[in-house]
Design a protein around this ligand. Sequence first.
Ligand SMILES: Nc1ncnc2c1ncn2[C@@H]1O[C@H](COP(=O)(O)OP(=O)(O)OP(=O)(O)O)[C@@H](O)[C@H]1O
Ligand SMILES: [Mg+2]
Length: 220
Amino acid sequence: MPVLETQGVVKRYESGAGTLTALKGIDFAIEPGEFVSIMGPSGSGKSTLLNILGLLDVPSEGRVLLDDEDVTDLTDRRRTHERHRTIGFVFQQFYLLPTLTAVENVTVPRMFDRESGIEETARDLLERVGLSDRMDHRPTELSGGQKQRVAIARSLINDPRVVLADEPTGNLDRETGEQILEEFTRVTEDGVAVIAVTHDEQVNDYVDRTVELVDGVMTT
Ligand SMILES: Nc1ncnc2c1ncn2[C@@H]1O[C@H](COP(=O)(O)OP(=O)(O)OP(=O)(O)O)[C@@H](O)[C@H]1O
Ligand SMILES: [Mg+2]
């Protein structure tokens, strides 16, 4: 059973210039533990689709299913709750907080939880991504690849079912990019589904399959 699915998703943006249809009926599904890349030219709708899959935005038409449950029409509050519970995010620009150490950055999504043991979980995650010796460093003291590994650890702090990554290797050199892709492969081995939007052809060596978006239409 897919962990995340879209059925006939259409996304329109209205502006003074008229209506732009960024997604034109997307049927997509991903199984637990699958690693899928979304490729396509600039402006083809990749980030728009990722935002809808990540419950950050809602479709104009069509349905979004999470664990076979229709989450399209949830209230903002419930959508946010579902997002925090099930989805982790990784971005091209890392978005680490500069004044916080690696461990503190990893705990940020849990900042408002009262439960103890979060720091220990964060340290475990950083160890898993190979940063045992960088736990208490701040982002300025980390390389690009190390920053992205902190971001991956952060994306896992809520024990998500799906990790969504928008150009995760876009700011990294080839070799560092490969390390990050290997990291994602390890994440999928724990049953987490990973969807990576990318222009990076080397991603194809790591993913289970690639889907192509062209002008708002999924062609593969
Ligand atoms: N908030 C918005 N309001 C209006 N138009 C938007 C908005 N977000 C995206 N678009 C338009 O929707 C289309 C798809 O944009 P999207 O950002 O999804 O492309 P992309 O495939 O991620 O491109 P890139 O590879 O450059 O990141 C583009 O034509 C874009 O201009
Ligand atoms: Mg984009």
